[in-house]
Write a protein that binds this ligand. Structure first.
Ligand code: S3P
Length: 172
């Protein structure tokens, strides 16, 4: 029913650097809800930056923690949750998010994404040491996993606040 739907948490998915955190914070403010950034939650638990976690503890442990943190938060209501760009690679995460939340995919074209690369790369261990061609390949190889969403926003040519407004309007 409608009120149950309105209480569902919203999960933002999409490739690294599309603006999930920025837009998620804005949506949360507009809806008077709490904002949860899963990467930040994981960083708090380890008291390390994501790149340090990858380096010192390994991606496998990061992914395991990511799964546990998302599973816990996605079952809570009325949250706005931004998940890392690799989270939906895990079937369990896809399942728990799609079962409990409204999953919104922030889409961006490769051409627009490429222009932001220098802002993104330093804090993203997954991108480091890869050529631009390899990153492009990764970008396109991830597209199918993001197609498992409840709704999609094309964010090319939109400011973050416009995307946030669009999401809030689409929930009405
Ligand atoms: C990752 C994306 C990052 C972070 C980690 C791995 C990925 O999150 O979880 O660096 O595999 O795509 P953002 O999408 O918020 O950058």
């Amino acid at each position: 029913n409608n009120s149950r739907l309105r209480e569902k948490s919203i999960v933002l998915i999409g490739f690294m650097g599309v603006g999930k955190t920025t837009i998620g914070e804005m949506v949360a403010k507009k809806l008077y809800r709490d904002f949860i950034d899963i990467d930040q939650e994981i960083e708090k638990e380890y008291n390390m930056a994501t790149s340090e976690i990858f380096q010192n503890i390994g991606e496998k442990a990061f992914r395991e923690k990511e799964k546990n943190v998302i599973s816990a938060f996605s079952k809570q209501s009325l949250k706005i949750i931004s998940v890392g760009g690799g989270a939906f690679l895990q079937e369990e995460i896809r399942k728990v998010c799609l079962e409990h939340c409204i999953v919104i995919y922030l889409d961006l074209s490769w051409e627009s994404w490429k222009e932001r690369i220098s802002l993104i790369i330093d804090s993203r261990p997954v991108l480091q040491g890869r050529s631009i061609e390899e990153i492009e390949e990764l970008f396109y190889s991830r597209k199918p996993i993001y197609s498992l969403h409840n709704s999609k926003v094309e964010t090319d040519n939109l400011e973050a606040c416009e995307v946030a407004d669009y999401i809030v309007d689409s929930l009405k």
